[in-house]
Write a protein that binds this ligand. Sequence first.
Ligand code: 13P
Length: 256
Amino acid sequence: MTPDVRPLVAGNWKMNGTRASLDQIKAIASGVQGPLSNKVEALICPPATLLYVATALCTDSPLAIGAQDCHQNPEGAHTGDISAEMIADCFGTYVIVGHSERRTDHAETDHLVRAKAEAAAAADLTAIVCIGETAAERQAGQTLDIIKRQLSASVPENATPETTVIAYEPVWAIGTGVTPTVEDVEKAHAFMRAELVARFGDNGRKFRILYGGSVKPGNAWELMGVANVDGALIGGASLKATDFLAIYGAYEALLS
Ligand SMILES: O=C(CO)COP(=O)(O)O
C-alpha cells in the first residue's frame, strides 16, 4: 500500500451475472456480512445489463458500481457499444478500460484505451486503466518494457489520481490460479510508481495502482501488503459476496 492513498478493492464480473446475481451486490451493499468502511473503497463492475439496477441497490451504501468498458465517443452509430455518458447516466462512477481480454478479443490498442480513458474523465467517471504483460513477453524478459509502454501510451496526458486508477494484471495470472511472487509484484509496482512520478510529479505518488490476476481470499493478505499495491482488481473471486468481502476484509485489516 501507499501512505495517504485510499485503497480500492474492485470486482470485475466480466461476462458473468444475471438478475439473480444482484443478490451478491445486495449482500455487499447492505453490510450484513461485514460493513464496508471508509478506509477502503469497494467497487463492483457487473455486466452493462445489470448496471442501472445495481446502482439503484447501492443508493444508501458506500459500494460503488462501475462498467467494464466504454466507447471513446459520447454517442453515435456504434451498434452494441455503450458510452461513458451512458454509464454516468446509470449512476455508475467507474469504468474499466483496456482490460487484456478486450485488448485481445477486440484488438484494442494503447491509443484506443487512452481515448476511452479520456472519454471516461469527460463524463466524470474514474477510469481503471489495465496493463500487463503476456506469458511470452514475460518469458522474453520484457515485463518492464511492456509495462512502460502500456502505461505511457494508455494513460491520458492530463490524468489525475481522481480520474485514473492503474490496474496491473499480468495476463498469465488472470484466471489461472497462478500469481507472480511477492517480489515480482513489488518490483512491477515500484517501477510503475517511479514512472508515474517521473511523468506526473508529486501527483504520481497518489495514483492508486491495483494488482489483478488470481486474487483470492487465501492470497489477499500477502499481495495486499506489498508496497505500492493500493488494492485489487478481482475477477472470479468477486462473483461471490463472501469471497469479495474476505479479500476486502484482508485489506481493511492491514490498515487497522
Ligand atoms: O482479470 C481479472 C480482473 O480484471 C482477474 O481475473 P481473476 O481474478 O479471475 O484471475
